[in-house]
Write a protein that binds this ligand. Structure first.
Ligand code: ZN
Length: 350
């Protein structure tokens, strides 16, 4: 159930747990909202504001309208210029569910997404939302049970880090469930095939598709003047998200192309703003190793079930999760549990 519930999804944080975000100025007119939630099974997305001469470009919305209302309020403290574009880096709920807030506030806003996003939203996305709506309450109950019983989801005694994380997850899921069932799906108004450059601002804003990666239709945003890259979920901290809708082999190639841009700042879909590429290189090394091991297993004729046993990612788990029971759990779900099948089932050219 957990995998079904969370695999296509990144989540949100807490009221009493009061998470929210911190607004960071990255360059003149460019701000990132960096989420304050602890790492968890659910996530809310970072946002970026690019304030132009006449208007504003926002990157990504959030896991709930409530969350995007808070982000909108933060933007209004910075500027009263209208939002002209909202770029959705991909179709996962934590990056799109707050779209309605931007449309209500700015009726002329245009949403930008990859050309496959419309289809993904109406197929996989709709199925995913249905699953989340059906299973969300059960997931919350399991988290509450883990907290109250002191027995963690992996069978271990619940650590303080896990307790705070689960409380955050509960907050995010409940906020999601409050409104997700009644919201229309908002499709892109402008669709990007490989590249779209917004030139009607004081800086070029390049929206690029580098290939399949975290999903089959991830967009990144590249600001060449600032060497600032908004990565969506190609970069997720502290544990990468190689989910059931990821393409690990293509993901590695897309990351290479991303790094070839030589960004000096990277805004991840989740996690802190990076001033170097070290963490992204770590994700790339993990993907390369995962793909090589899975490929070797397939060449030996192993089934998926056999490959799940034989592929050894323990060194990477140590690298990313250290001794944290929580991070090990996240790694087991979002790298080991979903990444191996994704790599195994990914079509190959050879
Ligand atoms: Zn996400």
């Amino acid at each position: 159930m957990w995998r079904i519930m969370f695999c296509c999804f990144c989540g949100l944080l807490s009221g009493a747990v009061a998470a929210g975000f911190t607004v960071h100025k990255l360059a003149d007119g460019i701000y990132a909202t960096e989420r304050n939630e602890p790492p968890g099974l659910m996530f809310d997305a970072n946002n970026v504001f690019i304030i132009n001469e006449q208007d504003v470009v926002v990157v990504d919305s959030n896991i709930s309208p409530d969350s995007s209302r808070e982000v909108l309020a933060a933007l209004r403290k910075l500027t009263n210029k209208p939002v002209r574009y909202v770029i959705n880096t991909h179709w996962h709920e934590d990056h799109i569910l707050g779209n309605s807030v931007w449309r209500e506030a700015y009726p002329d806003v245009q949403f930008i997404g990859h050309v496959q996003t419309h289809q993904d939203l109406s197929t996989t996305g709709a199925t995913n939302r249905k699953g989340l709506l059906e299973n969300g309450a059960g997931g919350v109950a399991s988290l509450r049970q883990a907290i109250s019983s002191g027995k963690g989801l992996a069978g271990n005694p619940v650590t303080e880090e896990e307790r705070r994380s689960h409380e955050s997850d509960i907050f995010l899921v409940e906020r999601y469930l409050n409104e997700a069932g009644s919201l229309p799906i908002i499709y892109p108004d402008l669709e990007v095939d490989s590249r779209l450059v917004l030139t009607d601002s004081k800086r070029p804003i390049e929206i690029r598709f580098l290939g399949a990666a975290h999903t089959r239709s991830d967009l990144i945003v590249w600001l060449p003047s600032e060497k600032l890259l908004i990565a969506g979920d190609l970069v997720v901290w502290p544990i990468p998200l190689i989910g059931s809708t990821s393409y690990p082999r293509a993901y590695a190639q897309s990351l290479r192309e991303m790094l070839a841009l030589q960004p000096e700042m990277i805004v991840p879909g989740h996690g802190p703003v990076f001033r170097d590429t070290e963490y992204s290189q770590k994700i790339l090394a993990l993907l390369d190793n995962l793909c090589a091991q899975v490929q070797a297993a397939k060449q030996k004729g192993e089934t998926l079930e056999q490959a799940k046993e034989s592929v050894d990612l323990s060194a990477f788990r140590q690298q990313f999760a250290g001794d944290s029971a929580l991070l090990k759990l996240i790694f087991s779900m979002y790298v080991q549990g979903s990444g191996i099948p994704a790599a195994y089932n990914e079509p190959t050219a050879d």
